[in-house]
Write a protein that binds this ligand. Structure first.
Ligand SMILES: C[S@@+](CC[C@H](N)C(=O)[O-])C[C@H]1O[C@@H](n2cnc3c(N)ncnc32)[C@H](O)[C@@H]1O
Length: 292
Protein backbone atom coordinates (compact mmCIF):
# COMPACT_ATOMS: atom_id res chain seq x y z
CA UNK A 1 0.00 0.00 0.00
CA UNK A 2 1.46 3.37 -0.95
CA UNK A 3 0.18 6.50 0.77
CA UNK A 4 3.16 8.67 0.05
CA UNK A 5 1.61 12.10 -0.56
CA UNK A 6 1.69 14.45 2.42
CA UNK A 7 0.04 17.75 3.41
CA UNK A 8 -3.34 18.65 1.90
CA UNK A 9 -2.73 16.22 -0.99
CA UNK A 10 -2.43 13.26 1.36
CA UNK A 11 -5.39 10.88 1.47
CA UNK A 12 -8.11 11.21 4.07
CA UNK A 13 -8.83 8.51 6.64
CA UNK A 14 -11.76 7.21 4.58
CA UNK A 15 -9.65 7.13 1.39
CA UNK A 16 -6.90 5.28 3.27
CA UNK A 17 -9.43 2.83 4.63
CA UNK A 18 -10.67 2.09 1.10
CA UNK A 19 -7.09 1.59 -0.17
CA UNK A 20 -6.27 -0.68 2.76
CA UNK A 21 -9.40 -2.78 2.28
CA UNK A 22 -8.53 -3.27 -1.37
CA UNK A 23 -4.91 -4.26 -0.64
CA UNK A 24 -5.88 -6.66 2.14
CA UNK A 25 -8.58 -8.30 -0.01
CA UNK A 26 -6.12 -8.70 -2.92
CA UNK A 27 -3.71 -10.41 -0.51
CA UNK A 28 -6.41 -12.99 0.30
CA UNK A 29 -7.15 -11.72 3.81
CA UNK A 30 -10.63 -12.88 4.80
CA UNK A 31 -12.05 -9.87 6.65
CA UNK A 32 -10.43 -6.85 5.00
CA UNK A 33 -12.81 -4.17 6.31
CA UNK A 34 -12.61 -5.03 10.04
CA UNK A 35 -8.83 -5.46 9.71
CA UNK A 36 -8.39 -2.11 7.93
CA UNK A 37 -10.42 -0.44 10.65
CA UNK A 38 -8.44 -2.20 13.37
CA UNK A 39 -5.13 -0.96 11.90
CA UNK A 40 -6.44 2.60 11.51
CA UNK A 41 -7.92 2.77 15.02
CA UNK A 42 -4.61 1.42 16.39
CA UNK A 43 -2.45 3.99 14.57
CA UNK A 44 -4.79 6.92 15.23
CA UNK A 45 -5.49 5.81 18.84
CA UNK A 46 -9.23 6.07 18.25
CA UNK A 47 -12.17 3.78 18.94
CA UNK A 48 -14.43 2.79 16.05
CA UNK A 49 -16.83 5.72 16.56
CA UNK A 50 -13.85 8.08 16.64
CA UNK A 51 -12.65 6.59 13.37
CA UNK A 52 -16.01 7.25 11.68
CA UNK A 53 -15.93 10.85 12.94
CA UNK A 54 -12.34 11.23 11.66
CA UNK A 55 -13.27 10.17 8.09
CA UNK A 56 -12.13 13.47 6.54
CA UNK A 57 -8.94 13.84 8.60
CA UNK A 58 -5.46 13.52 7.06
CA UNK A 59 -2.70 11.57 8.79
CA UNK A 60 0.52 13.14 10.12
CA UNK A 61 3.74 11.91 8.47
CA UNK A 62 4.49 9.80 11.58
CA UNK A 63 1.03 8.18 11.49
CA UNK A 64 1.39 7.54 7.75
CA UNK A 65 4.75 5.85 8.28
CA UNK A 66 3.40 3.67 11.10
CA UNK A 67 0.35 2.67 9.05
CA UNK A 68 2.48 1.80 6.03
CA UNK A 69 4.78 -0.37 8.14
CA UNK A 70 1.86 -2.23 9.72
CA UNK A 71 0.10 -2.66 6.37
CA UNK A 72 3.29 -4.07 4.83
CA UNK A 73 3.66 -6.56 7.70
CA UNK A 74 -0.01 -7.58 7.50
CA UNK A 75 0.21 -8.03 3.72
CA UNK A 76 3.16 -10.36 4.43
CA UNK A 77 0.63 -12.29 6.57
CA UNK A 78 1.86 -11.50 10.07
CA UNK A 79 -1.17 -12.00 12.32
CA UNK A 80 -3.17 -8.84 12.96
CA UNK A 81 -3.06 -9.59 16.71
CA UNK A 82 0.76 -9.49 16.72
CA UNK A 83 0.66 -6.10 14.99
CA UNK A 84 -1.82 -4.74 17.53
CA UNK A 85 0.03 -6.45 20.41
CA UNK A 86 -3.17 -7.53 22.09
CA UNK A 87 -6.41 -9.44 21.68
CA UNK A 88 -9.89 -9.31 23.23
CA UNK A 89 -10.51 -12.75 24.67
CA UNK A 90 -12.87 -14.03 27.33
CA UNK A 91 -13.89 -10.48 28.26
CA UNK A 92 -10.25 -9.51 28.87
CA UNK A 93 -7.62 -7.63 26.92
CA UNK A 94 -4.58 -9.91 26.72
CA UNK A 95 -1.09 -9.09 25.48
CA UNK A 96 0.01 -11.35 22.64
CA UNK A 97 3.39 -11.95 20.99
CA UNK A 98 5.19 -14.69 19.06
CA UNK A 99 6.12 -16.14 22.50
CA UNK A 100 2.74 -17.89 22.82
CA UNK A 101 -0.27 -19.04 20.82
CA UNK A 102 -2.79 -16.28 20.07
CA UNK A 103 -5.84 -17.44 22.07
CA UNK A 104 -8.54 -18.68 19.69
CA UNK A 105 -12.28 -17.95 19.87
CA UNK A 106 -13.15 -21.67 20.23
CA UNK A 107 -11.17 -21.80 23.48
CA UNK A 108 -13.69 -19.32 24.95
CA UNK A 109 -16.10 -22.28 24.92
CA UNK A 110 -13.58 -24.29 26.97
CA UNK A 111 -13.52 -21.38 29.44
CA UNK A 112 -17.34 -21.52 29.67
CA UNK A 113 -17.23 -25.30 30.20
CA UNK A 114 -14.67 -24.81 32.98
CA UNK A 115 -16.83 -22.17 34.66
CA UNK A 116 -19.94 -24.39 34.37
CA UNK A 117 -17.98 -27.24 35.96
CA UNK A 118 -16.93 -25.00 38.86
CA UNK A 119 -20.56 -23.85 39.24
CA UNK A 120 -21.50 -27.51 39.77
CA UNK A 121 -18.86 -28.07 42.48
CA UNK A 122 -20.33 -28.25 45.95
CA UNK A 123 -17.57 -27.85 48.49
CA UNK A 124 -19.94 -26.45 51.15
CA UNK A 125 -17.51 -23.60 51.75
CA UNK A 126 -15.05 -26.03 53.37
CA UNK A 127 -12.21 -25.53 50.91
CA UNK A 128 -11.34 -23.20 48.05
CA UNK A 129 -11.75 -24.79 44.61
CA UNK A 130 -8.36 -25.68 43.09
CA UNK A 131 -7.89 -25.41 39.31
CA UNK A 132 -4.91 -26.22 37.09
CA UNK A 133 -4.43 -24.99 33.49
CA UNK A 134 -1.77 -27.08 31.70
CA UNK A 135 -0.02 -25.32 28.77
CA UNK A 136 -1.31 -21.88 29.68
CA UNK A 137 0.35 -19.89 26.85
CA UNK A 138 -0.74 -16.24 27.30
CA UNK A 139 -2.52 -17.33 30.50
CA UNK A 140 -5.90 -16.97 28.77
CA UNK A 141 -7.81 -19.84 30.40
CA UNK A 142 -6.21 -19.47 33.83
CA UNK A 143 -6.87 -15.72 33.92
CA UNK A 144 -10.39 -16.09 32.49
CA UNK A 145 -11.25 -18.54 35.28
CA UNK A 146 -9.73 -16.34 37.97
CA UNK A 147 -11.51 -13.23 36.57
CA UNK A 148 -14.90 -14.93 36.79
CA UNK A 149 -14.17 -16.78 40.05
CA UNK A 150 -11.94 -14.88 42.49
CA UNK A 151 -12.77 -17.55 45.08
CA UNK A 152 -10.83 -20.16 43.06
CA UNK A 153 -7.07 -20.83 43.42
CA UNK A 154 -5.64 -21.11 39.91
CA UNK A 155 -2.32 -22.71 38.97
CA UNK A 156 -1.05 -22.40 35.39
CA UNK A 157 1.87 -24.29 33.87
CA UNK A 158 3.82 -24.28 30.63
CA UNK A 159 6.97 -25.86 29.25
CA UNK A 160 7.84 -22.58 27.50
CA UNK A 161 9.61 -19.99 29.69
CA UNK A 162 8.75 -17.32 27.10
CA UNK A 163 5.04 -18.17 27.30
CA UNK A 164 5.18 -18.08 31.10
CA UNK A 165 6.81 -14.62 31.00
CA UNK A 166 3.94 -13.40 28.80
CA UNK A 167 1.36 -15.04 31.09
CA UNK A 168 3.01 -13.22 34.02
CA UNK A 169 2.70 -9.87 32.21
CA UNK A 170 -0.96 -10.64 31.49
CA UNK A 171 -1.56 -11.50 35.14
CA UNK A 172 0.05 -8.20 36.16
CA UNK A 173 -1.82 -6.04 33.67
CA UNK A 174 -5.20 -7.65 34.44
CA UNK A 175 -4.47 -7.57 38.19
CA UNK A 176 -5.40 -11.26 38.46
CA UNK A 177 -3.56 -13.68 40.72
CA UNK A 178 -2.48 -17.06 39.35
CA UNK A 179 0.37 -19.36 40.41
CA UNK A 180 2.70 -19.93 37.43
CA UNK A 181 4.80 -23.10 37.23
CA UNK A 182 7.46 -24.04 34.70
CA UNK A 183 6.81 -27.70 33.98
CA UNK A 184 6.79 -30.42 31.37
CA UNK A 185 3.10 -31.37 31.76
CA UNK A 186 2.66 -32.28 35.46
CA UNK A 187 6.31 -32.98 36.29
CA UNK A 188 6.85 -29.93 38.57
CA UNK A 189 3.21 -29.46 39.58
CA UNK A 190 2.33 -30.22 43.16
CA UNK A 191 -1.10 -30.67 44.71
CA UNK A 192 -4.46 -32.06 43.69
CA UNK A 193 -7.13 -30.20 41.80
CA UNK A 194 -10.91 -30.19 41.52
CA UNK A 195 -10.57 -29.23 37.85
CA UNK A 196 -7.71 -29.63 35.37
CA UNK A 197 -8.13 -27.84 32.03
CA UNK A 198 -5.86 -27.96 29.03
CA UNK A 199 -5.79 -26.84 25.43
CA UNK A 200 -2.67 -28.82 24.50
CA UNK A 201 -0.91 -28.71 21.13
CA UNK A 202 -3.12 -31.07 19.12
CA UNK A 203 -2.52 -30.69 15.39
CA UNK A 204 -1.18 -33.63 13.36
CA UNK A 205 2.36 -32.92 12.12
CA UNK A 206 1.18 -33.15 8.49
CA UNK A 207 -0.92 -29.98 8.99
CA UNK A 208 2.33 -28.01 8.97
CA UNK A 209 2.38 -28.24 5.15
CA UNK A 210 -1.03 -26.60 4.70
CA UNK A 211 -1.00 -24.15 7.60
CA UNK A 212 -2.19 -20.59 6.88
CA UNK A 213 0.82 -18.22 6.82
CA UNK A 214 -0.44 -16.54 10.02
CA UNK A 215 -0.34 -19.86 11.92
CA UNK A 216 3.41 -20.12 11.25
CA UNK A 217 3.82 -17.15 13.63
CA UNK A 218 2.50 -19.24 16.55
CA UNK A 219 5.21 -21.28 18.32
CA UNK A 220 5.56 -24.84 16.97
CA UNK A 221 5.49 -26.10 20.57
CA UNK A 222 1.93 -24.75 20.87
CA UNK A 223 0.61 -26.40 17.71
CA UNK A 224 1.84 -29.81 16.66
CA UNK A 225 1.90 -33.08 18.55
CA UNK A 226 2.99 -36.13 16.59
CA UNK A 227 1.49 -37.87 13.55
CA UNK A 228 -2.12 -37.98 14.85
CA UNK A 229 -1.89 -34.84 17.01
CA UNK A 230 -2.43 -36.80 20.23
CA UNK A 231 1.10 -37.47 21.52
CA UNK A 232 1.04 -34.82 24.25
CA UNK A 233 -2.64 -35.31 25.18
CA UNK A 234 -1.99 -39.05 25.70
CA UNK A 235 0.98 -38.33 28.00
CA UNK A 236 -1.12 -35.77 29.87
CA UNK A 237 -4.01 -38.18 30.46
CA UNK A 238 -1.65 -40.74 32.02
CA UNK A 239 -0.17 -38.14 34.41
CA UNK A 240 -3.46 -36.57 35.53
CA UNK A 241 -5.10 -39.12 37.92
CA UNK A 242 -2.84 -38.58 40.98
CA UNK A 243 -3.44 -34.82 40.63
CA UNK A 244 -7.24 -34.99 40.56
CA UNK A 245 -9.18 -34.73 43.78
CA UNK A 246 -11.93 -37.35 44.32
CA UNK A 247 -14.72 -36.59 41.85
CA UNK A 248 -12.44 -34.14 40.00
CA UNK A 249 -12.76 -33.36 36.30
CA UNK A 250 -10.37 -33.14 33.35
CA UNK A 251 -11.46 -30.83 30.52
CA UNK A 252 -9.55 -30.88 27.23
CA UNK A 253 -9.79 -29.04 23.93
CA UNK A 254 -8.75 -31.24 20.99
CA UNK A 255 -8.93 -31.34 17.22
CA UNK A 256 -12.34 -32.47 15.91
CA UNK A 257 -10.45 -35.14 13.93
CA UNK A 258 -8.91 -36.75 17.02
CA UNK A 259 -11.21 -36.04 19.99
CA UNK A 260 -13.20 -39.26 19.40
CA UNK A 261 -9.99 -41.32 19.23
CA UNK A 262 -8.81 -40.10 22.64
CA UNK A 263 -12.31 -40.40 24.12
CA UNK A 264 -12.42 -44.10 23.11
CA UNK A 265 -8.93 -44.76 24.49
CA UNK A 266 -9.80 -43.08 27.80
CA UNK A 267 -13.09 -44.95 28.13
CA UNK A 268 -11.19 -48.21 27.63
CA UNK A 269 -8.87 -47.30 30.52
CA UNK A 270 -11.55 -46.53 33.10
CA UNK A 271 -12.48 -42.89 32.47
CA UNK A 272 -16.07 -41.72 32.10
CA UNK A 273 -15.97 -39.41 29.10
CA UNK A 274 -18.33 -36.92 27.45
CA UNK A 275 -17.55 -35.13 24.20
CA UNK A 276 -19.10 -31.76 23.31
CA UNK A 277 -19.05 -29.46 20.31
CA UNK A 278 -17.75 -26.00 19.52
CA UNK A 279 -19.99 -23.21 18.19
CA UNK A 280 -19.62 -24.56 14.62
CA UNK A 281 -21.01 -27.91 15.75
CA UNK A 282 -17.67 -29.77 15.54
CA UNK A 283 -16.87 -32.15 18.39
CA UNK A 284 -13.90 -30.54 20.12
CA UNK A 285 -14.12 -30.79 23.91
CA UNK A 286 -13.65 -33.78 26.16
CA UNK A 287 -14.84 -33.91 29.78
CA UNK A 288 -13.55 -36.85 31.79
CA UNK A 289 -13.80 -38.20 35.32
CA UNK A 290 -12.60 -41.38 36.96
CA UNK A 291 -12.53 -43.20 40.26
CA UNK A 292 -9.09 -42.32 41.64
C1 LIG B 1 -2.44 -24.77 22.05
S1 LIG B 1 -1.40 -23.85 23.14
C2 LIG B 1 -2.60 -23.32 24.33
C3 LIG B 1 -2.29 -22.01 24.98
C4 LIG B 1 -3.42 -21.47 25.86
N1 LIG B 1 -3.81 -22.41 26.88
C5 LIG B 1 -4.64 -21.13 25.01
O1 LIG B 1 -5.62 -21.88 25.07
O2 LIG B 1 -4.60 -20.13 24.28
C6 LIG B 1 -0.54 -25.15 23.97
C7 LIG B 1 0.42 -24.72 25.07
O3 LIG B 1 1.02 -25.91 25.62
C8 LIG B 1 2.38 -25.64 25.88
N2 LIG B 1 3.11 -26.93 25.92
C9 LIG B 1 3.58 -27.66 24.89
N3 LIG B 1 4.17 -28.77 25.34
C10 LIG B 1 4.08 -28.75 26.69
C11 LIG B 1 4.51 -29.63 27.73
N4 LIG B 1 5.16 -30.76 27.46
N5 LIG B 1 4.24 -29.28 29.01
C12 LIG B 1 3.57 -28.13 29.29
N6 LIG B 1 3.14 -27.26 28.35
C13 LIG B 1 3.39 -27.57 27.07
C14 LIG B 1 2.82 -24.72 24.77
O4 LIG B 1 3.99 -24.01 25.13
C15 LIG B 1 1.58 -23.85 24.62
O5 LIG B 1 1.66 -22.70 25.43
Amino acid sequence: MNTEQTGTDSPTVSQLQATLVRSLAEAGIESPLPEARALLTHVLRLDWTGLVLAAGRRLTPAETEQLETLARRRLAREPLQHLLGEVEWGGMRLLVSPAALIPRPETETLLLLALANLEGLNLEGLERPQVLDIGTGTGALALGIRAARPDVDVTASDLSEEALALARRNAEQTGLEVRLVHSDLLENVTGRFHLIVSNPPYLPEADRQEAQPEVNHDPDLALYSGPGGLDLARRLVVQVPPHLKAGGTLLLELDPRNVGVLAAEMTATGWTVQVSSDLSGRERFLRAQRET
